[in-house]
Design a binder for this molecule. Structure first.
Ligand code: SF4
Ligand code: SF4
Length: 388
């Protein structure tokens, strides 16, 4: 009985009515990295960031929504970052914030996140540190000498500073490319052995990047890497849900791992060409992307639909505009596809089929599959961490 109650609680939390749920806001175009993977590279370091007053207007006019995805540029270069977050929590009832960072500005990160925590006691924050390989590879991809060591030092200090604060998760996010796919398992093991992160997630390089050769990766290699990474996710799931009572822990773990597996499979399926997702993409309907200067689009990979200035920064008006409605109608007509996890995640929340069938089924598939053949040294490290 307790088991079914836990299941129903998880399902109620996960299946949502199809309404506005997420805002993706590029808080600045300023950046102190020069990543060869960056899909926003041609818009960086401009002098036309939205003012704080314009962002306040965006928040005041937007409907209530749950999740704020911040982006840039390097978000922590935005001076009023904590105040921006607090504005959306107070005006729109935001409960979750996703914050990527290159980890190069520890003082700014600590100051801003401390303020967010203090000003918003019910807010959950995912602070995602970018690490795209071991030292030399990471620094070469991101164009900043000693970047790897500096980001690891920031992560270590973050883990010490915010130990025990469960609503702040310190994660690592890695972008998979031709140059790093062979060492991402080693990176994941290194991060695990250090024990500073609460999760480690993997995205395939997307969009138009400054170095398009980084996209030369085959579906087979991607699939093999994903299978080798599943034990890493099992480890994080065990840690994440260890405090829950048995039935709730089982269902939370099932959804976590099933979700990861489903994302991996969609990345593999959509990497080389258009393939249908098991749910409709709800970009532009349940979510909106606002660039650093107020231009808006349905998602990060499609073109600009309009500019919020034309709507006096009124988000409701932009959402109801004929231009955005017609963009939303074009998404299925264009047979649109991508590997962008944020939108896969967001769209899947509105699909009972995905929540009730696809995710549990993906969980079962990953339970039944065996670890592919891996080098002995790697296997020993897996065993030492009780992963294999
Ligand atoms: S990927 Fe992020 S950190 Fe790297 S250049 Fe682009 S905005 Fe800056
Ligand atoms: S499938 Fe991907 S690229 Fe297409 S609209 Fe949805 S999020 Fe954007």
């Amino acid at each position: 009985m307790a088991g079914w109650r836990s299941y129903l609680t998880v399902v109620r939390e996960r299946v949502r009515p199809r309404q506005f749920h997420s805002l993706f806001l590029f808080v600045t175009s300023r950046c102190n990295s020069v990543c060869r993977t960056c899909f926003y590279f041609d818009k960086l370091n401009r002098a036309d960031d939205l003012t704080f007053a314009e962002i306040e207007r965006i928040s005041a006019s937007a409907p209530p929504f749950r999740k704020l995805w911040l982006s840039g540029g390097e978000p922590f270069l935005r001076e009023e970052l904590a105040e921006i977050v607090t504005t959306f929590v107070r005006n729109n009832g935001v409960r979750e914030v996703n914050l990527p960072t290159n980890g190069l500005l520890p003082e700014k990160i600590f100051r801003a996140v401390d303020r967010m925590l203090e000003q918003n006691p019910d807010l959950s924050i995912d602070l995602n540190f970018s690490l795209d390989g071991l030292a030399n590879t990471h620094d070469a991809i991101r164009g900043v000498p000693n970047n790897f060591q500096r980001t690891l030092a920031t992560l270590e200090e973050a883990a010490r500073r915010w130990r025990g604060i469960r609503r702040l998760r310190k994660n690592v996010v890695s972008v998979i490319t031709r140059e790093n796919y062979q060492e991402l398992v080693a990176l994941a093991l290194h991060i695990l052995e250090q024990g500073r992160a609460d999760g480690h997630y993997f995205e395939v390089i997307r969009g138009t990047a400054p170095d398009m050769t980084l996209k030369q990766l085959s579906r087979e290699r991607l699939a093999e890497l994903h299978r080798r990474l599943m034990p890493v996710h099992r480890h994080y799931a065990r840690r994440l849900f260890s405090g829950l009572p048995a039935p709730a822990r089982f269902f939370a773990t099932m959804y976590y791992l099933g979700n990861v597996r489903l994302h991996f499979e969609l990345h593999e399926r959509c990497f080389e060409g258009p393939r249908r997702w098991p749910m409709a993409c709800t970009a532009g309907e349940t979510s909106l992307v606002v660039d650093h200067n107020g231009a808006f689009r349905a998602c990060e990979l499609r073109g600009i639909v309009g500019h919020l200035r034309e709507f006096d920064f009124d988000v409701r008006a932009a959402l109801a505009s004929p231009a955005l409605r017609s963009e939303v109608a074009r998404i299925p007509a264009d047979n649109c596809w991508c590997t962008h996890s944020c939108f896969i995640q967001d769209s899947s929340k509105f699909s009972p089929r995905v929540q009730l069938f696809e995710i549990p089924w993906a969980w079962l598939r990953q339970r039944l599959e065996r670890l592919p053949e891996i080098p002995l040294a790697e296997l020993e490290r897996f065993r030492a961490l009780e992963l294999a």
